[in-house]
Design a protein around this ligand. Structure first.
Ligand SMILES: Nc1ncnc2c1ncn2[C@@H]1O[C@H](COP(=O)(O)OP(=O)(O)O)[C@@H](O)[C@H]1O
Ligand SMILES: [Mg+2]
Length: 246
C-alpha cells in the first residue's frame, strides 16, 4: 500500500504547524509504522531542532534540489529519540530554488520507504506552501482559537482546496486547559464553520513545551498534549475516537 502523504498547513506563523507535524508523525510511529517529515520551511530548519539533529545536518533539501540525481538516503536523518521517525532537513538558505519536479521525485522516493510522509509547510503563500499543497494527498490545517488565526486558516483552506487537495482536517492548537483562561473563541463549532474543515483534534497549550523542543526531550505520554496527538494519529488512520477536550 502506498504511504499516506499529507501537508500540515495554516497561513499564519506561530500557530503550531511544525509542532503538529512533528508530534503527529511521532504519534503515527508509536503504532509500529515509520514516518518521515519533509521540512519545507526554507531557512528556519525548525524540525532539525525538534528531531535533536540540529548540529549534525550536513546534507539537506537544498542538496537534493541541486543534485543531478536525487540521492535521498544522504539527506535522511533519524530522530534522536525515536527509531522509526525520520527527517529531510530544510535548506539553510531561504533563497534556495525549489524545483517541483525534484520535490515530486523526493516525495515518490519517500512514499516507497515510509508508511507516512508529512510535509511541514511554511506560513503564507510561499513557494514551499504551494509545493506542499500541490504534492499532498490531504492536508491538516492548523489554527489557534483566535480571530486572526481562524481568518487566515479559512483562507488557507480555500487555497488548499483550489490546489486540488480533496481532503482537509482541522486541528485547533494551543487551547488553554485552565477554565480561568478560556480561548478567545470558546466555541469550536464556529471555527469549524468558518474554515469549513472537519475537526480532527484539539491540542492543549502545554506549559514548557519550548524547553522540551529545544532539548529534543520526550514529553510524558500521559499528558493531555501527548494523548491528543495519539488520538489524532488514530483518527488519521480511520479510527473513530472521541475528542479529548472541546
Ligand atoms: N500546544 C502548544 N502548547 C504550547 N506551545 C506550543 C504549542 N504548539 C506550538 N507551541 C509553540 O509555539 C511556537 C510556534 O510553534 P511552531 O510549531 O513553530 O509554529 P509554526 O510552525 O506554525 O510557525 C513554538 O515556540 C512552539 O513550541
Ligand atoms: Mg513552522
Amino acid at each position: 500500500m502506498s504511504a499516506q502523504l499529507f501537508a500540515v498547513v495554516g497561513s499564519k506563523g506561530g500557530v503550531g504547524k511544525s509542532t503538529v507535524a512533528f508530534y503527529t508523525a511521532y504519534a503515527l510511529t508509536k503504532k509500529g509504522g515509520s514516518a518521515v517529515v519533509l521540512d519545507l520551511d526554507l531557512g528556519f530548519r525548525c524540525q532539525s531542532v525538534l528531531f535533536g539533529v540540529e548540529s549534525d545536518v550536513v546534507y539537506d533539501l537544498s542538496d537534493l534540489m541541486k543534485a543531478q540525481t536525487v540521492e535521498i538516503d544522504k539527506a535522511i536523518k533519524k530522530c534522536s529519540f525515536q527509531d522509526r521517525l525520520f527527517l529531510i532537513p530544510s535548506c539553510a538558505d531561504p533563497f534556495t530554488r525549489l524545483s517541483f519536479d525534484k520535490l515530486s521525485t523526493v516525495c515518490a522516493a519517500l512514499r516507497a520507504r515510509f508508511d507516512y510522509v508529512v510535509l511541514d509547510a511554511p506560513p503564507s503563500v510561499s513557494r514551499g506552501f504551494i509545493a506542499a499543497i500541490t504534492l499532498a494527498d490531504s492536508a491538516v490545517l492548523v489554527t489557534t482559537p483566535d480571530r486572526i488565526a481562524v481568518k487566515s486558516a479559512s483562507l488557507c483552506a480555500q487555497i488548499t482546496a483550489k490546489a486540488g487537495v480533496k481532503s482537509q482536517r482541522l486541528i485547533i492548537n494551543k487551547v488553554p486547559e485552565s477554565p480561568k483562561s478560556p480561548p478567545v473563541i470558546a466555541n469550536f463549532d464556529s471555527i469549524i464553520d468558518e474554515t469549513g474543515v472537519q475537526l480532527i483534534g484539539v491540542v492543549p497549550q502545554l506549559e514548557g513545551l519550548d524547553s522540551f523542543s529545544q532539548n529534543a526531550k520526550l514529553i510524558n505520554p500521559k499528558t493531555t498534549f501527548m494523548l491528543s496527538f495519539e488520538n489524532i494519529a488514530r483518527r488519521l488512520n480511520g479510527e473513530d475516537v472521541p475528542l479529548l477536550i472541546g
